[in-house]
Ligand binder design. Structure first.
Ligand SMILES: Cc1cc2nc3c(=O)[nH]c(=O)nc-3n(C[C@H](O)[C@H](O)[C@H](O)COP(=O)(O)OP(=O)(O)OC[C@H]3O[C@@H](n4cnc5c(N)ncnc54)[C@H](O)[C@@H]3O)c2cc1C
Length: 348
């Protein structure tokens, strides 16, 4: 006798944790991931280490990825999405379509949605010249460079002066009004890693407010006191390529005056958006979304409850959050699914 499996959609930190916890309870899992690899954003973007403690990403995600790939309780279906569902809690039928067109109709007891986020596309905001000027990159691209131990401009030169611009596509009513919650801390973590990699680099953090909440705040103090990283409270009006350098023009909102500074590289702290994957699942499972496009829980403070019996939510598909929060949400959703399975044991 065994129960119907739980379907987990998305194999980032939240989905991996949910699948792992369920499998450890001996509940079978079908883990559907639309990309070829497991691990979500941290693996896709080769995060070098995780804020706030510089923990190697591999140490956090590696064991879960390995477990999900090897557990006899977990069936991983990569390069696939869920196209639709029917039935009710305890006895759903779902349609899973693989990238090669193959379709599987499956029965599942519960569904956990953990489809995560996408980075803000900085080409949408012309102020930053992203995609036009060389050496204007996103924090996601810098993360890859740091992982590879090689931070160079388009001409192969090591940058001597680097600016980080905070809140690109965050806290901005012309793009996304919400705070992405992790990008201040992630930017500071990267600035420290850059200092460790390129000793004599000068780094300027151009910020609106510093939101390194909770224990992440230590990154902020260390960055100034131990690494000599500079902070400018201001708003950027334009990043202009002079043909040689990047001229960053803006207003210093502390001294209330304009500034114009030349840099070799500009790093945009691009925000977190719901993304296409979350849109796709919202439409396939007919889930409610909020005014920003994130999946809307029935009660805003109880993220796992989608408002549909048997369908649970976890991680950044609900709101911007850190890896540690996403993992905790994966566990919380797994617990709800496990309760449902233990109530409804259907014999297959
Ligand atoms: C540049 C950057 C650096 C960061 N660094 C840190 C850090 O140092 N520390 C920290 O705590 N947080 C960090 N974060 C935040 C961290 O990336 C997120 O908290 C975490 O990845 C969220 O996990 P998740 O599982 O919710 O989503 P994701 O990591 O986005 O995973 C979602 C998964 O679902 C899949 N998927 C999407 N749609 C579908 C679909 N329709 N069907 C099937 N599969 C789908 C995706 O392919 C993906 O594998 C960083 C964020 C950014 C932008």
């Amino acid at each position: 006798m065994s129960s119907l499996p739980v379907l987990v959609i998305g194999a980032g930190p939240a989905g991996l944790r949910a699948a792992t916890d369920l499998a450890e309870l001996n509940i079978p899992v079908v883990l559907v991931e639309r990309r070829k690899e497991l691990g979500g954003a941290p693996i896709r973007w080769k995060y070098h280490s995780l804020a706030p403690d510089f923990t190697p990403t591999e140490e956090v995600l590696g064991p879960m990825i390995k477990f999900c790939k090897n557990s006899s309780n977990i069936e991983v279906i990569e390069e696939a999405v869920v196209e639709g569902y029917g039935g009710s809690a305890g006895d759903f039928s779902v349609k899973i379509r693989k990238i090669n067109g193959e379709v599987q109709d499956r029965k599942v007891a519960a569904i956990i949605v953990a489809t995560g986020f996408e980075h803000f596309d900085a080409t949408v905001d012309p102020r930053y010249s992203y995609g036009k000027a060389p050496n204007v990159i996103g924090i996601n691209e810098l993360e890859v460079m740091i992982s590879e131990g090689k931070v160079v401009g388009h001409d192969g030169k090591i940058p001597k002066r680097v600016a980080f611009i905070f809140c690109v596509g965050s806290r901005d009513r012309s793009t996304n009004p919400w705070c992405c919650t992790v990008c201040c801390g992630v930017s500071i973590k990267q600035a420290i890693e850059l200092k460790q990699l390129l000793n004599d680099v000068q780094i300027y953090m151009i910020y609106m407010d510093i939101r390194t909440i909770g224990l992440w705040e230590k990154l902020y103090w260390d960055s100034m006191e131990k690494y000599g990283i500079n902070y400018i409270r201001g708003r950027v009006g334009e990043v202009f390529y002079t043909g040689e350098k990047l001229l960053v023009k803006g207003e210093d909102t502390l001294v209330r005056g304009p500034f114009e500074v030349l840099f070799d590289m500009v790093v945009l702290a691009v925000g977190i958006e719901p993304g296409e994957g979350t849109k796709q699942v919202a439409s396939a499972l007919k889930l409610k979304v909020n005014e920003f496009g994130f999946l809307a829980p029935k009660i805003p403070n109880i993220h796992f409850d989608s408002g549909k019996e048997g369908i649970f939510l976890a991680g950044t598909c609900v709101a911007p959050m850190s890896v540690e929060e996403s993992i905790a949400e994966g566990s919380a959703a797994a617990m709800q699914a496990a309760k449902l399975v233990s109530r409804t044991k259907i014999i297959v």
